[in-house]
Design a protein around this ligand. Structure first.
Ligand code: PHE
Length: 343
């Protein structure tokens, strides 16, 4: 009887291995483990054995049943996953259009910042960066700004409890670069600045500047004018003119303000330029010898120019945005206009 059981178990295992559909498994389960199965039959025939052999043989039948059950279960699992894979292969239609994900767009200030960087990179400048949380030394002292200068007031500058401050200008990076590198220096430094200003159409407590600094032997004011003119043309078109007017900054001497001819009316006078024909671009000047001394550059050997441009201002002109606050409110309808523009 034991030999019969073994033969049955072997045959059943072989058949189970040959099952290839869920239906085969169903039939095999009925055939080998069901009521009319040989296994059940053997149970019925336990009585034929001497009483003392019955428990041991009963055990053997149960073990065989357990083995077959687990064989059936694992074969069933194999068939299921194979059919799932086969089905997936049939279902996958490579010609079906994919999902189209909504893409974001770049912010106009980011776009313009990158355009400005490209223009200056093209002129041989490198990009330098500095921290937005600065110390008084880099924001004021080293820039030759006296202790009683009004820009140091709480009303103008955000001071932190640590005694540091949020930089009010990217001119801080001039100092950091000149502290670390010897001339010749030719860098721009774009980045955020902070001033204690109420938001209005042309002011924001957070804004971005691009600082430019060139230091070498024989750098003159005409290099500054030429750089400004080239930048204005590259940014706004070949017809744009530029000019500088006398001004004052503690860290440049002489100092100037930079204008370009109005990009809206080409100088004729309009709403955008308040009928002056010119648009203010930022401050500029020749690096003050006092600043050179602070960073250990000999003003007898080297001269340099620096200027600072407002990025929001340029973005507003380029994209005809009438109010700076629009750039910070980030209304999705405004941002959506820049869809597809790459950096
Ligand atoms: N840092 C000045 C400002 O924020 C601009 C400036 C930069 C002027 C470099 C001169 C030279 O107003």
């Amino acid at each position: 009887m034991e030999a019969e059981l073994n033969r049955f178990a072997e045959e059943a295992a072989e058949k189970i291995a040959q099952c290839s559909t869920p239906n085969d498994i169903l039939n095999a389960r009925a055939q080998f483990l069901g009521k009319k199965s040989m296994l059940n039959g053997l149970f019925a025939r336990l009585r034929e054995l001497p009483a003392e052999e019955r428990p041991a043989f009963g055990q053997l039948i149960n073990t065989a049943r357990g083995k077959l059950e687990s064989l059936l279960a694992s074969r069933e699992q194999e068939i299921k996953s194979a059919t799932w894979e086969a089905q997936a292969a049939v279902d996958f239609d490579s010609s079906m259009p994919g999902y189209s994900w909504q893409r974001g767009s770049f912010h106009p200030v980011s776009i313009v910042r990158r355009q400005i960087e490209e223009v200056f990179l093209g002129m041989g400048f490198e990009i330098a960066e500095g921290p937005e949380i600065e110390d008084e030394f880099h924001n004021f002292d080293a820039l030759n700004t006296p202790a009683d200068h009004p820009s140091r007031n709480l009303a103008d500058t955000f001071y932190l409890q640590s005694g540091k401050l949020l930089r009010t200008q990217t001119s801080t990076v001039q100092i950091r670069v000149m502290e670390s590198f010897k001339p010749p220096i030719r860098i721009i430094s774009p980045g955020r600045c902070y001033r204690n200003d109420k938001p209005d159409p042309s002011h924001s407590p957070v804004f971005q500047q691009v600082e430019a600094l060139v230091v070498d032997r024989g750098i003159s004011m005409s290099d500054l004018q030429d750089t400004l003119q080239n930048f204005a043309r590259a940014m706004f078109g070949p017809q744009v003119k530029s000019r500088i007017r006398p001004h004052f900054f503690p860290f440049t001497e002489p100092s100037a303000e930079m204008d370009i001819s109005c990009v809206n009316c080409s100088g004729a006078g309009c709403r955008v330029c308040k009928n002056s024909g010119w648009l203010e671009m930022g401050g500029a000047g020749m690096v003050d010898p006092a600043v050179f001394k602070m960073v250990g550059i000999d003003p007898e050997i080297y001269t340099g120019f620096a200027f600072g441009l407002g990025i929001e201002r340029i973005a507003m002109l380029k994209y005809d945005i009438p109010d700076m606050r629009i750039l910070f409110e980030n209304d999705i309808r405004m941002l959506a206009q820049f869809k597809g523009e790459s950096l």
